[in-house]
Design a protein around this ligand. Structure first.
Ligand code: NAP
Length: 313
């Protein structure tokens, strides 16, 4: 019998309980599954399924816990927790990936095709003659070529965009021109007409888009940020929007969430704010990933999607 604690908001228990029980059964695990708002003894828990907004923040009493399995892809709120000394995994699942592909592709196509001109132009004026280039003639740069960035890059490539990607270590992703390091960032951004940010939030990625890097883009480029708020210097972005260097920014994530009502992004005519909805972890697919990881740990196999605590993601 394996003791598993589910430590997330109570509403998540309602979504996850059935898929988790089924997934444990599918991988042949005999599990005692307990939500963290029920009585439990931390010293008896083998695994914690975790969301960083859970009330559990001190892992010291979890003396025999073999791994903490994060339900979110982003781990910035937990990676620095010094009481968490056991292995930590993050969420990679096909539901999260497919959701991100759909969200990013939709927003890229909106800007690529200039859809706003017609959606907001239902006023009797016949605006013919605005012809966007074909995707094959448009350069899109993806910052971050991990589980999400490489999948989004390949989806955009399948639509014929010229796709560039940038990561910490140099990657090889079919159809994507790959870059790494500081020089690689300049090359990846120079002349790009669209940028999608799918980097994690770490000290090294803060303000990746700033006045200097924004100036490398093609004039009027669009920015799409479903990554994390601190990846962009907000003041530099607003200045670039006002000067026309950036044509539009679609932002899903912010330094402070919910984005305060008085923030300049809400009222800027060329900013679209979405409320951190780019992609959700889906209970059914996520439960299967969690169950597989516990099965692996119990069988002495390496965990999938283990967080590199030093790198911060
Ligand atoms: P991942 O698989 O860990 O990929 C991260 C990518 O960023 C990797 O390619 C990594 O390089 C690169 N990277 C990290 N630090 C870097 C640095 N200093 N310089 C250059 N590249 C760097 O993460 P993921 O699953 O794709 O998720 C990416 C992020 O998306 C998450 O961290 C989260 O913040 C965000 N997210 C948002 C939502 C939403 O709804 N808005 C949903 C899910 C996730 P290497 O390949 O060399 O390691």
């Amino acid at each position: 019998m394996v003791n598993v604690l589910f430590a997330a908001l109570p509403m998540r228990w309602d979504q996850y309980e059935t898929p988790l029980r089924k997934s444990f059964e599918d991988v042949g695990l005999d599990v005692e599954l307990t939500p963290s708002n029920a009585p439990f003894d931390p010293a008896e828990i083998d695994y914690v399924i975790y969301a960083p907004n859970s009330e559990i923040q001190d892992f010291t009493p979890f003396s025999r816990c073999k791994a903490v399995l994060n339900l979110w892809a982003g781990v910035e709120d937990i990676v620095g927790n010094e009481t968490l000394t056991m292995p930590l995994t993050r969420m990679v699942d096909f539901g999260l990936t497919e959701g991100m592909i759909e969200w990013c592709t939709g927003h890229v196509l909106r800007h690529h095709l200039g859809m706003d001109a017609h959606i907001h132009g239902q006023d009797g004026v016949w605006r013919a003659g605005i012809v966007p280039p074909l995707a094959r003639d448009r350069i899109i740069t993806i910052l971050g070529l991990g589980a999400l960035g490489s999948a989004v890059g390949q989806a955009l490539r399948a639509l014929n965009f010229q796709v560039r990607g940038w990561s910490r270590s140099l990657k090889q992703v079919e159809g994507i021109a790959c870059y790494a390091g500081d020089d690689g960032l300049s090359e990846a951004l120079t002349g790009a007409e669209g940028v999608v940010l799918l980097l994690p939030n770490t000290p090294a990625t803060e303000n990746t888009l700033n006045a200097s890097t924004l100036s490398l883009l093609a004039e009027g480029a669009f920015i799409i940020n479903p990554g994390r708020g601190p990846l962009i210097d907000d003041t530099a972005l607003l200045e670039a929007l006002d000067s026309g260097q950036v044509g539009h920014a679609t932002l899903d994530v912010f330094r402070i969430e919910p984005l305060p009502a008085e923030h300049a992004f809400w009222s800027h005519p060329r900013v679209t704010v979405t409320p951190h909805i780019a992609s959700e972890t889906r209970a059914t697919s996520a439960a299967a990933v969690v169950a597989e990881n516990i099965r692996r740990a119990e069988a002495g196999e390496p965990l999938l999607h283990r967080v590199d605590r030093k790198a911060g993601y």
